[in-house]
Design a protein around this ligand. Structure first.
Ligand code: C2E
Ligand code: MG
Ligand code: MG
Length: 549
């Protein structure tokens, strides 16, 4: 057996080769079958001779033009002069007849080959489009998954790694560039990535501004990222506009090739998001990241049941008028006693709820519970104001204003007995929207308090623009005012500023007698903190209030 024969046999021993072998056998069988059929049915005088078109067309489709022509040649031979016109009468075919038929055989063989080629090219183009990103011409996520199955899983002994590159704050870049310029930016990034990592793995565009590098060897990850950072830089010049682009990298190592690529992509994204959150540029996926995500998912999943069950409870923390020592106000703080996860802080579950529509039923629950409780206290003759915490997301459902109004009416509570606290951090974005919301609240007669005053990094301009009744100095300043002159200056100035603007001032986080005295000296209106009273459940706070009265 010479080398060529060996190669040919080898080429037939893979799945594709086996399919070809089956097709060849089928075509051969059909040719022979047609030949036998024509002969046994009495020769070419009957239409059975058209049966030869079947193997010719099949051959053209599978083996293209050469295949169609070769089969046409054999069909011409078999149905040519050796095949009688009439077998019984032993009449031979007129030569024009078999020659003309052969011509048609060749025509059909060639045309079916050409037709099949066109259809195959069209299908290939469709498939390419399905796996390619239309802007960068890189693979898309579908293409990356296919690449993983075809070129990674079958390879032995490789140690692949995935890097997700994410352009941060795309929307602020979109505010500068038009859609064509955005495409140019993505293409520029794609070109650099191709240059850096082309031979080391596969590059894909997962969505606008998010790229994936699936590398064969995890050893090279750090080196490749360093190269990408160096080559990409932070400034891209698009149509003479220098644009600042912040790219973050998330690494997901692939330890078990049997896991799905979807899981690795998910981990890479988690790592990239972690990098963005911590402003670290590069972050690797850790198992704990997934644990936190699973916890978040569980919290969101269980929250809807918690709202309609007794797992959520409101605690109330008194705010004391420092001049008189009287409790005039209480702040409602939610608590969640989760059956499996234990006590979950509102700072953990409320931001999660805010990312979903669950914030709406939660807000309804909060209003109903707090106002029902307030009505009870007012009925008992306690002259109290109640403050509840809202984030701007609570106002996204526009029916909330109506609900506040109706619930106040339902419990016959004067609107000024309710105060809504909004944290200062909400004001850095879209001040006009915040102003519209707070004006609507104020028009109802409900009071507005700024929570965590001094921590929001917002310009104090909002004090002029927003209808505000109360500022609550954040506990970080109260806690530090005795040991840090800067914190003391902030507390002092906030009180002065509040009074100048005719606002009530509350100091949060009062934890000691000395702090309390200091706040009294500074003429702060109210104090709130563990030293004065810790948050208490409704059934503890009621007797506490009555006793104090
Ligand atoms: P916040 O509105 O600033 O509430 C004050 C937080 O400080 C409360 O934490 C309270 O328990 C705690 N605190 C009070 N006095 C002291 C003190 O002397 N020392 C210290 N270290 N802490 C003190 P909590 O209850 O864990 O609430 C955390 C945050 O969660 C709240 O901060 C508020 O922003 C949010 N939150 C609570 N309940 C709700 C709610 O019903 N809706 C919304 N949207 N947010 C809520
Ligand atoms: Mg508050
Ligand atoms: Mg606060």
């Amino acid at each position: 057996m010479n080398q060529n024969t060996g190669k040919m046999i080898q080429s037939f021993l893979n799945p594709k080769g086996i399919k070809k072998l089956i097709a060849l056998t089928l075509i051969f069988g059909l040719l022979m079958g047609s030949n036998l059929l024509v002969y046994t049915m009495g020769g070419t005088k009957l239409a059975y001779v058209h049966g030869f078109y079947i193997p010719i067309i099949i051959s053209g489709i599978i083996f293209s033009v050469p295949g169609g022509l070769i089969t046409a040649f054999f069909a011409s031979l078999l149905s040519g002069p050796i095949m009688p016109f009439d077998v019984a009468l032993e009449i031979a075919q007129p030569s024009q007849s078999w020659m003309l038929r052969s011509l048609f055989f060749f025509l059909v063989g060639g045309l079916s080959g050409i037709g099949a080629k066109i259809v195959k090219a069209y299908l290939q183009d469709l498939e390419n489009r399905l796996i390619t990103d239309s802007v960068t011409q890189l693979l898309n996520s579908r293409g990356l998954i296919e690449e993983w199955h075809h070129n990674f899983i079958p390879k032995q002994g490789i140690n692949p790694s995935l890097v997700i590159l994410r352009i941060h704050e795309l929307s602020s870049i979109e505010a500068i560039l038009n859609p064509d310029e955005m495409d140019q930016l993505f293409n520029d990034v794609a070109r650099v990535l191709k240059n850096v990592a082309k031979d080391l793995g596969v590059i894909a565009t997962l969505e606008a501004g998010t790229f994936a590098l699936l590398l064969h060897e995890s050893k090279k990850v750090k080196e490749i990222i360093a190269k990408c950072r160096h080559e990409l830089g932070n400034v891209f010049t698009i149509n003479d506009i220098p644009v600042f682009v912040n790219i973050f990298y998330g690494i997901a190592k692939i330890h078990n090739m049997k896991e799905s690529i979807i899981a690795f992509l998910h981990r890479g994204r988690i790592a990239a998001d972690k990098a963005i959150r911590n402003n670290f540029e590069i972050a690797s996926f850790e198992v704990e990241d997934e644990t936190q995500l699973l916890r978040n998912a569980k919290i969101i999943h269980d929250l809807s049941t918690a709202i309609s069950s007794t797992e959520l409870e409101l605690f109330y923390q008194p705010q004391i008028k420092l001049e008189t020592g009287r409790v005039e106000k209480l702040e409602a703080l939610v608590r969640w006693q989760h059956p499996e996860l234990g006590m979950i802080s509102p700072s953990e579950f409320i931001p999660l709820a805010e990312g979903t529509l669950l914030i709406n039923p939660f807000t309804k629950w909060l209003l109903e519970q707090t106002l029902c409780q307030l009505a009870f206290w007012l009925e008992k003759g306690l002259d109290l104001r109640l403050s509840i915490n809202f984030s701007m997301k609570n106002f996204h459902d526009s029916t909330i204003f109506d609900l506040i109004h109706k619930t106040l009416q339902k419990y016959k509570i004067p609107a000024q007995k309710l105060e809504i606290e909004v944290t200062e951090t909400a004001f850095s974005a879209n001040l006009q929207q915040v102003a519209d919301v707070l004006h609507t609240v104020r028009e109802m007669g409900v009071l507005v308090a700024i929570d965590d005053f001094g921590t929001g990094q917002a310009s104090l301009h909002y004090l002029l623009k927003l209808p505000i009744d109360v500022i609550k100095i954040d506990q970080v300043f109260t806690r530090n005012m005795l040991k840090n002159s800067g914190a003391e200056a902030i507390v002092r100035s906030a009180i002065l500023l509040g009074h100048e603007l005719n606002l009530e001032v509350v100091a949060e986080g009062v934890q000691s007698e000395v702090e309390l005295r200091k706040l009294k000296d500074l003429k702060c209106d109210y104090g709130q903190g563990f030293y004065l009273a810790e948050p208490m459940s409704a059934n503890l706070v009621s007797p506490w209030l009555l006793k104090r009265e």
